[in-house]
Design a protein around this ligand. Structure first.
Ligand SMILES: N[C@@H](CCC(=O)N[C@@H](CS)C(=O)NCC(=O)O)C(=O)O
Length: 333
């Protein structure tokens, strides 16, 4: 089946997943039409769980960037995002899942747990809309949005216990990315994968919008900031080869180690809590206490990663095992 262009979707500039999908569509050279959230044409459907971005496909509202990337690869020919090699594709899934599910904690935490960032973003988010706002309206919207989002911090696992774990992981990620981007244009070689776009989406905010994490990136992430500017529009890029999965570069290994260090133990503890019907996940991450609400969606993420691992051909599985050996990821498979 071939999907018809332009693809229509709604989203917002402050939504990391909207930015992720915009960059995917530009790289794929797929014509699109982006509606600002709430400004879709009359009568367009609403998704069961309304999230940004929402795509409108065949009269239906469809969310969730990861399966959409795979669907677009399958149904729109040319310039696929996902690597062709199964082992490389699996590493791409790990990176994408880390970005979408862990790095987003960093993004949401810095934005709403730091007073200065919350004050700034509370006013910025409504200002990104297409409607001019007078001061009383902007002030009221900023108050409403900040209060709502600060109230959601608990759901992403940002609290005084986890804050330092989240912030240290962001700094280490920047350092690992900086080292990797000194030797490789993208995470898995000379073509961007879903993991690149996932990281990009979160980093557009962390290292470009929110004052506290952007100041850290200005100190520690010059290549990262340059990379974000580039990934925004890769429509002119002619992709080169991806890495040899039998010989992954040490900087990629370090990056995978950083991702597995924090995200893998969370996935395991969360899945256990969800299976046991418990409301809270209480565990240790990076040697420190971690407590947050259990999150059924992330239990599904673990299931999808395990299914993809189980479906790998034997030779690819051996390559993946070698690539993730000695990292936290091995505990998942
Ligand atoms: N798994 C989804 C996550 C999308 C998501 O969480 N979007 C956020 C904004 S970046 C959202 O819509 N949150 C609810 C809200 O803002 O009301 C994806 O990959 O697209």
């Amino acid at each position: 089946m071939t999907l018809e262009a332009p693809l229509e979707f709604s989203g917002a500039p402050g939504s990391p997943y909207t930015r992720k999908m915009l960059a995917v569509l530009r790289y794929r050279r797929i014509p699109y039409r982006l509606y600002h959230r709430g400004r879709e044409p009359a009568g367009y459907p609403t998704a069961k769980v309304p999230l940004l971005p929402t795509f409108y496909i065949g009269g239906e509202a469809v969310t969730d960037s990861s399966p959409l990337i795979r669907r677009f690869d399958a149904e729109i020919p040319g310039r696929p995002v996902r690597p062709a090699d199964p082992a490389v594709a699996f590493l791409d899934s790990l990176i994408e899942d880390y970005a979408d599910e862990w790095l987003t904690k960093c993004m949401f935490h810095y934005r709403w747990a730091h007073e200065a960032d919350a004050a700034f973003c509370g006013r910025l988010l409504p200002s990104w809309g297409p409607v001019p706002l007078d001061e009383p309206t902007l002030a009221a919207m900023a108050k409403m949005i900040s209060e709502r989002q600060i109230g959601r911090l608990a759901y992403v696992g940002s609290n005084p216990t986890t804050g330092p774990v989240i912030e240290d992981s962001y700094v280490r990620l920047l350092e690992a990315l900086e080292a990797h981007l000194a030797v490789s244009p993208f995470m898995l070689g000379s073509a961007p994968g879903a993991g690149d776009f996932g990281l990009f989406g979160q980093l557009t905010q962390l290292a470009g919008v929110d004052p506290t994490p952007t100041a850290i990136a200005q100190q520690k992430g010059h290549r990262v900031m340059g990379w974000i500017g580039m990934v925004e529009d890769l429509s002119g890029l002619e992709p080169g080869p991806t890495i040899d999965p039998g010989a992954i570069p040490p900087t990629l290994k370090a990056l995978l180690a950083e991702m597995g260090r924090v995200y893998a133990p969370l996935l395991i503890a969360n899945a256990k809590a969800v299976m046991a019907g418990e409301k809270m996940v209480e565990t240790e991450i990076d040697g420190r206490a971690w407590a947050q609400n259990a999150f059924p969606y992330q239990a599904k993420c673990l299931g999808w990663l395990r299914d993809e691992y189980a479906a790998l051909p034997a030779a690819s599985k051996a390559q993946v095992d070698a690539a993730i050996s000695g990292t936290g990821w091995t505990s998942l498979f």
